[in-house]
Design a protein around this ligand. Structure first.
Ligand code: ADP
Ligand code: ASP
Ligand code: MG
Length: 410
């Protein structure tokens, strides 16, 4: 399908300094000169967001959520305004808009707000006036609280997809890597760029740590049928198409992913009776914590439960667990911050048993101990020592021969 409008998203490393901002401005202007209506959305420059988070924690150990979002949303505004200035110098007219000015309406969950609706009139009007429109990524506005919200780490990807869906536009996500690879190319130098990948596999990849595309952005893309073209800011080469249906290649395993951001909670001496797990995960879920792997064991009438959460959700998890003590009594809580997760993703796994055995064997052959395992029909994840992650990713990539183009039976 041919689009007359394109949403082009540039990540933090693509706008890290003034020269890169000018480069991004040139790419947006080139698209305009090809006759397209152009919406740019950019992340904060370089590691600005990390710096702001650090600053907040230096001022306050538990920053107020509303003010945290006020602070974090500034990073993207700075980058947007700078790109708009650079575009003016190239002789085109540009306008930068905050998330709320662009009509990005979210729920009220600070730091992980969900986009509910985009009122795109202001963006459309500016496009009709022949302007290049810059929308500050990663942020929106809650109509319930009338406050600025942010969408979670990597959230500009979600801004881009939501804008593309609302405007009926093509969606191009530009980054410092030329697409989605069979593993993080920073860890596996011979990782291979995938020409296409299905939403289903990309969802599992993003959920298990491949930060090249934010999970929520892939969910939005699938729900709204937006094809994402993930590609490089610094070259014109074709990237990876994230789209409906089977990948062009049909390998059993498509990619290895990893995450070094998980913390495992182990609860001991919790009562062994119906409703306990429901209560715990009700409370943890209400605190907006994304729980991943869960294991429960019963030993001598007492249950032990372990589950992993992203590091940023640790304080919320601690608070939620404490609030169950009135009902559950004196259980103990341990936290393990030394684990990471390595996962194999592949739609072909569904019909090919034996992948898990080969994965466990490969890890064992390299002396890597498994702490927890979780599976879905197209994913196997193992929690292992965090220090072993790079090694595990490389060995699994080699064992499943992901550097080679797969042999297609069809
Ligand atoms: P941006 O700042 O453009 O949003 P990110 O840092 O969020 O970029 O995502 C790009 C990074 O994702 C790459 O630099 C790469 O190290 C990492 N990455 C992890 N897994 C993959 C993968 N399978 N394919 C490509 N990149 C990956
Ligand atoms: N700047 C935000 C972050 O670092 C959002 C983004 O990069 O998309 O998470
Ligand atoms: Mg990103």
């Amino acid at each position: 399908m041919d689009f007359d409008t394109v949403v082009m998203k540039f990540g933090g490393s693509s706008v890290a300094d003034p020269a890169k901002i000018q480069h991004v401005a040139r790419r947006l202007v080139e698209a305009k000169q090809r006759g397209l209506r152009v919406v740019g959305t950019v992340s904060a420059m370089g590691k600005t967001t990390d710096g702001l988070i650090d600053l907040a924690h230096q001022v306050s150990p538990t920053p107020n959520a509303r003010e945290f979002d006020m602070l974090l949303s500034t990073g993207e505004r700075i980058a947007c305004a700078l790109v708009a200035m650079a575009i003016h110098d190239l002789g085109q007219v540009a306008i930068s808009l905050t998330g709320s000015q662009a009509g990005i309406l979210t729920d009220g969950a600070h730091m992980k707000a969900k986009i509910r609706e985009i009122r795109g009139d202001r963006v459309k009007d500016a496009l009709d006036e022949d302007k290049i429109v810059l929308v500050a990524g990663f942020q929106g506005f809650s109509r319930d609280t009338m406050d600025v919200t942010t969408l979670g780490r990597g959230g500009t990807d979600a801004t881009a997809v939501a804008l593309a869906a609302a405007l009926g536009a093509a969606c191009e996500i530009y980054s410092d890597v030329p697409g989605v690879f069979t593993a993080d190319p920073r860890i596996v130098p011979n990782a291979r760029k995938l020409p296409t990948i299905s939403y289903e596999e990309m969802l599992e990849m993003s959920a298990s740590g491949a930060k090249v595309l934010m999970l929520r952005a892939v969910e939005l893309a699938r729900n709204h049928g937006v094809r994402i073209h993930a590609r490089s800011t610094f070259s014109d080469e074709e990237g990876t198409w994230v789209q409906e249906g089977a990948s062009m290649e049909q390998p059993i395993v498509s990619a290895v992913t990893h995450s070094e951001n998980d913390v495992v909670f182990t609860l001991s001496d919790i009562p062994d009776r119906p409703g306990v797990a429901a209560l715990i995960f009700d409370v943890v879920g209400s605190a907006h914590v994304n729980v991943d792997t869960i294991i429960q064991n019963v030993v001598h009438g007492n249950a032990e439960m372990s589950f992993s959460v992203p590091a940023e959700d640790v304080p919320a998890t601690q608070g939620a667990l404490e609030s169950t003590r009135a009902e559950l009594g004196a259980f103990t809580v341990e936290e393990n911050h030394d684990l990471g997760k390595v996962s194999l993703i592949g739609a072909g796994m569904r019909s090919h048993p034996g992948v898990a055995a080969k994965m466990f064997r490969t890890l064992a052959d390299h002396g890597i101990n498994l702490q927890m395992i979780s599976t879905s029909p197209i994913k196997i994840s193992c929690m292992i020592a965090r220090s072993e992650i790079p090694n595990a990713v490389r060995e699994l990539h080699a064992a499943f021969e992901l550097e080679n183009e797969p042999f297609n039976e069809a």
